[in-house]
Design a protein around this ligand. Structure first.
Ligand SMILES: [Zn+2]
Length: 206
């Protein structure tokens, strides 16, 4: 009798352990770097309004691709991706392969990250006040001297346009993302907001 109860207790404990493992596995998935899911990895169902949205408290941004004028920009925030299963959290700027990618704003290079199934060769820059993260993806490569911890000025050449990661081959473009960062958040966190009004000069405060 005692032995049977012991077996039953072990079974219950085993079940609880399994539940905890499943829980932590789910948490690990939820908190995975967005580079792992890719710049086009989205959580909003088709038809829902794009999340985030306003970034009116951020100053206007420089267009981060050399030779592209404000009038050439297209607002691709919230555009359907992957057959409508995901929505786009960034601004795609088309340009020939190897075109210089410029820092849209000043900051410190926080992370150089590679995600074959996502953004490919990517670069994360954190603003000096650490409230914003600037994300550059599908890069061909980094500019000389770019490394984690290096400070960049607005307009500085930081990388080159490519089609790495989940960009269609030959679809050379920069995926630029802007995220609002809470205190203590890491480069893989933050709330994506639409940078287009800041890039196009139609939004943004001082
Ligand atoms: Zn994109």
């Amino acid at each position: 009798m005692a032995a049977r109860r012991d077996v039953a207790i072990r079974f219950v404990i085993g079940g609880a352990m399994f539940s905890m493992l499943a829980f932590f596995a789910a948490m690990a998935h939820l908190t995975a770097p967005h580079g792992a899911g890719g710049p086009h990895a989205m959580t909003q169902p088709h038809g829902a309004a794009a999340p985030g949205g306003e970034a009116a408290d951020h100053p206007p941004l420089l267009i981060p691709v050399a030779g592209v004028g404000r009038g050439a920009l297209v607002d691709s925030w919230g555009a359907s991706r992957h057959g409508g299963l995901r929505r786009h959290q960034g601004t795609d700027i088309m340009a020939p392969e190897g075109t210089a990618v410029l820092a849209a704003a000043a900051g410190t290079v926080e992370k150089l990250f590679f995600s074959n199934g996502g953004g490919g060769i990517t670069l994360y820059v954190r603003s000096p006040d650490r409230r914003w993260s600037y994300y550059y993806a599908h890069l061909k490569g980094y500019a000389p001297g770019i490394a984690e911890g290096v400070q960049v000025k607005a307009g500085q050449v930081i990388a080159f346009v490519g089609d790495t990661g989940n960009a269609a081959k030959g679809s050379f473009h920069l995926h630029f993302g802007l995220s609002r960062m809470a205190p203590g958040e890491g480069w893989w966190q933050g709330e994506a907001v639409n940078a287009y009004p800041l890039l196009a000069g139609t939004g943004g405060g001082g």
